[in-house]
Design a protein around this ligand. Structure first.
Ligand code: ATP
Ligand code: MG
Length: 633
């Protein structure tokens, strides 16, 4: 493991030289004077004085070498549309979009909210904002009006971009209608709403004066020329709100130069994608994975990126592999949640297509349990690379780095600390570093590397207080996740710091118990929470989805399965971690981004109300939990 170790050491010991080298991966309109200004800890300013532009780096820069190569391939299994854009066409569309925005008075520093389905115009809109130096804030299209209104009030946009509607599972979902409602709820509504009308919602209401039709403005500004606006490296490129798994979402502010450099470097070293190749990221542009690895990363790297509008199991569960085959995808990025969805489907769908073009499948967003990782690795015969990161960091903190060295992977571990991150595991109360295989809070010693959040939008105090004030002993960035590190330097994420269950003085990570339960062959998915217990402080309660639901359909069979699950935990972890109760449900409540909402399940189990549900994906799943709890009581 020598090669990566040297690379990593250099990033920590000689950060200026290391990052100056990486900065060559992007174009600078004016070179920077200083690699890092860290005169006001924990705030960082990377590549001080350098002028650059994200859109230039993602689009214009490639016009010389690869104008006719596909930049964006849009595939919709919802509408049946498929449309490719070469770099030349992407440049033209992005410029037109920027011209339309400019004509509406959008300038450098203005905020623009993008609330859109997964259509090419959403990507044009993001790039167009970047071109003008306007700050985009993409709000995931599945959010309801209230969530959108909160984000509008925080970002205070000059303009909002939306579509008449999206489609999900064949059903039309009105977007504009939700926007109208959000604007009524908002105390800082934007002056203008720009609408990409797909002709899906025939009943869409229009407010003249405020609502603008993109198609007609695009025609008006067809041939306008819009040059990229050069930004100083630390000027903001975007705001993105975190998933809200643990409470009120935080507005993560990203810079420009550090962001571009971190993505360009990660595309090479971590995702190991070559210019000219195709990348398929199954996320949504509303999440950080979509920002970094559907839009900016692959384009900065001169790759073709796939924008997929649709479900993973429609028209059938082989759709992703069909896309891989037809587009010769070599780098794919998805999430453990999505793979667990596929795991519930008949296995033959995994073998219908030739996926030999695929080198690596990256999975991030939640813990990747060993059975799921093995299952997909065996089925596809590709490398499965677990990578761990956060909206805040913008790119991986833990990963193997196959672009530098092909190190062995261990199931259940996202491998090592990524170059640029100086990580420690600290004891939650003493703040001292823990030993090998001991549980600690995962923290990063600042300065954080390029690409990480510059601050919380409009609230420097919240930035410092939230992220850098966990320990009195040392000012470190807290990830709020538990982890261990083994003797070979591999990290294992155990769950969030507020997801710990304390059974009779034993502190158990939700993740370790969930992993143990998942060792049972009939468990597809599981969430455990700690509930108040007179005797032990807390007891473990599990909510599980069975692969074969017929084995839990009667009270007798469910009781039998529960026994088996308990025995599995006894064997894997010990009786101390054994759930006091295992409830079987057909779905688990998750955030829109696919993360388990343990805090809501816990509240229901303890007879409280579930709390902030603005990021809940499927309300029916929470009702299932409510019902099983009611029956159990
Ligand atoms: P909020 O901060 O608003 O509560 P969130 O933390 O869910 O929301 P994200 O930034 O989308 O918002 O998610 C980052 C978190 O996801 C990490 O802190 C970690 O808990 C989890 N995570 C991401 N990748 C992995 C992974 N590979 N393994 C384990 N956990 C992961
Ligand atoms: Mg978080």
């Amino acid at each position: 493991m020598g090669k990566y170790q040297d690379f990593y050491r250099k990033s920590i010991d000689q950060p200026d030289e290391f990052w100056a080298e990486q900065a060559k991966l992007i174009d600078w309109h004016r070179p920077f004077d200083q690699v890092l200004d860290y005169s006001r800890p924990p705030f960082t300013r990377w590549f001080v004085g350098g002028l650059t532009n994200l859109c230039h780096n993602a689009v214009d820069r490639h016009l010389k070498d690869r104008p006719e190569q596909n930049a964006l391939v849009y595939i919709s299994t919802e509408t049946g549309q498929q449309q490719s854009y070469t770099y030349r066409e992407l440049h033209a569309e992005t410029s037109r979009f920027a011209a339309v925005l400019r004509a509406q008075g959008v300038e450098k520093g203005d905020r623009v909210i993008i609330y859109m389905p997964m259509i090419p115009e959403a990507v044009f809109a993001m790039l167009a904002c970047a071109r003008l130096g306007a700050i985009h804030s993409v709000v995931f299209g599945g959010f309801a009006s209230a969530s959108l209104a909160t984000r509008i009030d925080d970002a205070q946009p000059r303009l909002l971009i939306t579509a008449d509607a999206g489609m999900r599972g064949g059903k039309i979902i009105p977007y504009k209608h939700l926007v109208d409602e959000a604007l009524r709820l908002s105390s800082h509504p934007p002056q203008k709403v720009l609408i990409v009308n797909r002709g899906l919602d025939k009943e869409m209401a229009i407010t003249t004066e405020r609502d603008l039709d993109y198609a007609s403005l695009r025609e008006q500004h067809r041939d306008d020329r819009v040059d990229p606006v050069w930004l100083e490296s630390s000027e903001p490129s975007y705001i993105l709100y975190t998933s809200g798994t643990t409470g009120k979402p935080k507005g993560v502010q990203r810079d420009t130069g550090g962001h571009a450099v971190s993505l360009a470097a990660s595309m090479r070293h971590i995702y190991a994608g070559q210019p000219g190749e195709t990348m398929f990221t199954t996320s949504d542009i509303g999440w950080v994975v979509g920002h970094s690895y559907i839009v900016y990363g692959p384009l900065i790297n001169g790759m073709t990126t796939i924008l997929y509008e649709g479900l993973p199991i429609r028209p059938d569960p082989a759709i992703w592999w069909k896309i891989v085959e037809e587009n010769k995808v070599s780098v794919m990025f998805s999430s453990p949640t999505a793979i667990r969805v596929l795991k519930k489907q008949p296995p033959e769908f995994l073998h219908k297509h030739d996926v030999s073009s695929l080198r690596n499948l990256y999975l991030a967003g939640e813990p990747l349990d060993e059975p799921t990782a093995r299952w997909i690795a065996d089925a596809l015969k590709v490398n499965i690379i677990d990578n761990y990161w956060q909206t805040e960091t913008g790119w991986p903190i833990l990963s193997s780095v196959p672009g530098i060295e092909d190190t062995p992977r261990k199931f259940g571990s996202p491998s090592f600390q990524v170059y640029g991150f100086n990580l420690k595991l600290l004891h939650e109360s003493t703040g001292q570093e823990v030993g090998v295989n001991e549980k600690g809070v995962l923290v990063a010693v600042p300065p954080l590397p390029p690409g990480c959040l510059s601050t919380v939008w409009g609230d420097d105090t919240r930035f410092v207080n939230t992220y850098f004030s966990t320990f009195e002993t040392e000012m470190v960035y807290s990830t709020f996740d538990w982890a261990t590190r083994d003797e070979d330097g591999y990290y294992f994420i155990l769950g969030r710091t507020d997801d710990v269950i304390n059974v009779a003085g034993h502190r158990l990570g939700t993740r370790e118990i969930e992993e143990a339960i998942q060792a049972h062959p009939n468990i597809a998915e599981v969430a455990v929470v700690g509930i108040h217990d007179e005797l032990k402080g807390q007891a473990v309660m599990a909510f599980a989805v069975a692969k074969d639901a017929s084995r839990t359909s009667t009270p007798e069979s469910a009781a039998q399965m529960e026994k088996e699950v308990m025995a599995t935990v006894d064997k894997e972890l010990g009786a101390i971690a054994r759930p006091a109760k295992v409830h079987f449900v057909s779905a688990l409540p998750k955030t829109r981004s696919g993360k388990l909402l343990r805090r809501s399940m816990q509240a229901l189990a303890e007879g409280r109300e579930p709390g902030d549900l603005t990021t809940l994906d499927d309300p029916a799943s929470l009702e299932l939990v409510r019902n099983v709890i009611a029956q159990w009581r």
